[in-house]
Design a protein around this ligand. Structure first.
Ligand SMILES: [Zn+2]
Ligand SMILES: [Zn+2]
Length: 243
């Protein structure tokens, strides 16, 4: 099948419902990221940013890094740091770890923007995982921006699935965490939703259904049930090292 945009090259994937070749697919994704970032003017000249990622999402973090540093902000002379986090056996621990460690790093170097490589597949799996476990701690991560005091966590691929990133990837990529339940959800998604790409753009609003609880942990931003300062995970860390 021929690319629906250039009508020249062979289509390799589907982006936003159109079958595209790898060049056009990459271009569409870059434009999509630009549309999220430019109007907010969140990145300024010579800004300092962090790319934080669990090791199983390194490839995706590299794609974001290339788009930002070599494409859309190539003239901004950005200073960037990369922070790889080793995975835990629970996805909630992975998320907590990545937030806490990158936040500590950011404070040390006076940085306020942290990029996370979560894709729409990952976030949708997290939504399902939360429903299964009845624990919605990081449900607010489902979206473009997650704010925590003066730090912004930015998720440029929150509405982009792995399938749509195929133009950047050599092989069929899929990631595996160390959480077995989460991996099962990911592979279920891959099988069930393969051709239903639109779902990956539509599920974000469902998080509102679960945002009933008002309290947020001051350490990681996770949702907690009562008006205490820290969630269980953070209270272990912050009570011994008060900031
Ligand atoms: Zn094309
Ligand atoms: Zn916390």
């Amino acid at each position: 099948m021929i690319c629906e945009r250039c009508n020249k090259r062979e289509a390799v994937t589907v982006v936003g419902g159109r079958r595209l070749c790898s060049l056009c697919a990459k271009d569409e994704i870059i434009k999509r990221v630009k549309r999220e970032l430019y109007p907010s003017k969140i990145i300024s000249y010579q800004d300092k940013i962090i790319f934080a990622y669990p090791s199983y999402l390194k490839l995706i973090s590299d794609i974001i890094k290339n788009i930002l540093i070599s494409k859309i902000y190539s003239k901004f002379d950005l200073e960037y740091y990369e922070l790889q986090i080793e995975p835990q056996s629970s996805i909630t621990d992975d998320i907590w770890n990545i937030i806490i460690k990158s936040r500590a790093f950011a404070e040390k170097y006076n940085i306020h923007k942290i990029f996370l490589p979560f894709t729409a597949d990952f976030l949708m799996a997290y939504l399902l995982y939360s429903i299964i476990n009845q624990e919605y701690t990081y449900i607010q991560l489902i979206g473009f921006e997650y704010n925590l005091s003066n730090t912004s966590f930015l998720i440029p691929f929150y509405n982009t699935s792995l399938q749509e990133l195929q133009g950047f990837l050599m092989n069929d990529v899929y990631f595996q965490t160390r959480d077995e339940v989460f991996n099962d959800i990911l592979s279920w998604e891959k099988d069930m939703l393969k051709e239903n790409y639109e779902l990956f753009h539509a599920f974000h609003n469902s998080k509102k259904l679960f945002e009933r609880k008002e309290y947020r942990c001051e350490g990681c931003g996770g949702i907690i049930n009562s008006p205490v300062k820290y969630c269980e995970r953070c209270s272990l860390v912050y009570s011994s090292h008060p900031y």
